[in-house]
Every structure is written in C-alpha cells, then in structure tokens.
Design a protein around this ligand. Structure first.
Ligand code: GLU
Length: 270
C-alpha cells in the first residue's frame, strides 16, 4: 500500500508541543507503513509568515529526529498554480466575487443577520475576494454532490459523508494574499501524491470543504487520520496556542527530543 503523508506548518511563529505531536504522529505513521513523510511550508500569507520562523521549523524538526526529502515545497513559490485552480473554478461558475473589504466581511459575519450589512459593504470591484458557491457546486456535480465522502482512519473512524454546508461559502481567493488556505492545500496534497493526511482534529471540519474542492478539480481524495489534540492541566487545548512554550524554549531548558516525546506521550489528549 502506498502511504505518503505530510506535515504542513505555516511559518507564522515558533513550533509548539502541538506541532511536535502532529509532526511526530505523521512521521511515525509513515515509518510504520514503510511510506514517505513530506514537509511542506504553507507560507502564502506573506503578511504573517517570516523567514526566521521557517528556518526555525527546519531546526526544530531536525532536533526532534524528523527527516524529510528535499526539496521542500514552499507555497509562496507556486502561487501561479493556485491561481490556475481558482481560474478553473471560476470557469466552472462555482465561485463568485465578494466585493466587500475583508474588514467589512468580518464585521458583516459578526453583525446580526441582515442588519445593516448592505450599508457596511464597500465596493472594491477591481479586486474582489472569491467565494465558493455551494449552490453552484451542487448544480455542477449533480447527484455526485450528495455522494461525496471521505474515509477517516483515526478520529471517529469510518466513511463520512462530506457536508461542506458546515463551513458555508468559504473564501478561496483573498484580496490581500491572492489565495486562501483551502485551495492551496488541496492543490498541493494532490500534486505531491499525498495518500494519507495526518493532522489534528481541529481541521476535521475543514476536510468537508476540501473533499468538495477535490471533486470539483478532479483530484483524488486521500485517506484522513485526524489525531487527538493535546490538553493542558486544566483540560484546555494546548495545540498551537499562542503564548505557550515553544519547542526552542524546551531546547533552551536543556531538554532533548526524548524528553519532548515522553512529555507528549504522557500529556492528556482529547
Ligand atoms: N498549514 C496549516 C496549519 O498550519 C495545516 C494545514 C493542514 O494540515 O491541512 O494549521
């Protein structure tokens, strides 16, 4: 059985224990399956990503004993490919422009339904955001839309019907950075031949939208393994939390990979 998985961090900060757990879970799964573990740098958001954080990712993962083949795919070097996928979706008529600014989109989402949304909208006709239209996607795929599903191997194992409605008409193209996460991830998982996606179950809901995008773009749907998330002593989610101790902090304290692995094994998870 072919098994190719990936760890796909965004270099917007230093890696934390939650990232270490995710990377090691994927790495160990690849080892156990005699498969391959890929590292991908998800750095499309140039407003938040920093080269120093990318360098730190390589250092911290190597310190953990994780290895990966080069060259590493950096999403910032492939923006034209994501734009091409967006163009394909536009040609299918399954995305629509949203001319509101990002700020007013957020405000509208937070305000009471309908309310004064129309007044808050600012026209930026030359550079719209692009949203996936679930209604148009349903028309485009016909009966196939209701048959979309994915296989979950870890978190609630079994075949899950894809229900992209839980996320609504997500943004796929952004005004500020061109492309949004869901589209880049789907394009890259396919181009890298990823067969098994190992990631935290905080992304379980995102899977529903990504399965629909795979169907629209004619891409295979991988198997999913959403792992449990680390909890702190009070039972709150630890994964990726800002302000919690980074892997380099543990390293500076004189800890080694073996100590981190022991901590991860002992940590409460849910
Ligand atoms: N880049 C995403 C993150 O750092 C992960 C994407 C994924 O695993 O699908 O949260």
């Amino acid at each position: 059985m072919t098994f190719i998985t990936r760890f796909a961090p965004s270099p917007t900060g230093y890696l934390h224990l939650g990232h270490a757990f995710s990377a090691l879970t994927a790495f160990d799964a690849a080892q156990a399956a005699g498969g391959e573990f890929i590292l991908r740098i998800e750095d499309i958001d140039h407003t938040r990503c920093r080269p120093s954080f990318e360098t730190a990712i390589y250092e911290d993962l190597a310190w953990l004993g994780v290895t990966w083949p080069g060259p590493v795919l950096r999403q910032s070097e492939h923006l034209a490919d994501y734009q091409a996928a967006l163009d394909d979706l536009r040609a299918m008529g399954v995305v629509y422009p949203d001319h509101r600014t990002r700020k007013t989109q957020v405000e509208a989402a937070l305000s009471a339904p309908q309310g004064d949304e129309a007044e808050a909208v600012q026209e930026t006709a030359d550079n719209p955001a692009w949203r996936l239209s679930l209604e148009a996607a349903r028309l485009h795929l016909g009966a196939g839309y209701d048959r979309l599903d994915f296989r979950e191997m870890a978190f609630r194992p079994g075949i899950h019907p894809a229900r992209p409605e839980i996320n609504g008409d997500v943004v796929l193209g952004r005004k500020d950075i061109g492309i949004a996460y869901h589209l880049a991830v789907v394009v890259d998982d396919a181009r890298q031949g990823v067969t098994d996606i190992v990631r935290g179950h905080d992304l379980f809901d995102a899977t529903h939208t990504q399965v629909l995008l795979q169907a629209l773009l004619g891409l295979a749907t991988p198997r999913y393994h959403h792992h449990a998330l680390l909890l702190d002593d009070e039972g709150r989610r630890l994964a990726k939390r800002k302000g919690s101790k980074s892997l380099r902090d543990y390293r500076a304290d004189g800890m080694g990979a073996i100590d981190v692995k022991a901590m991860l094994a002992a940590a409460p998870k849910a």
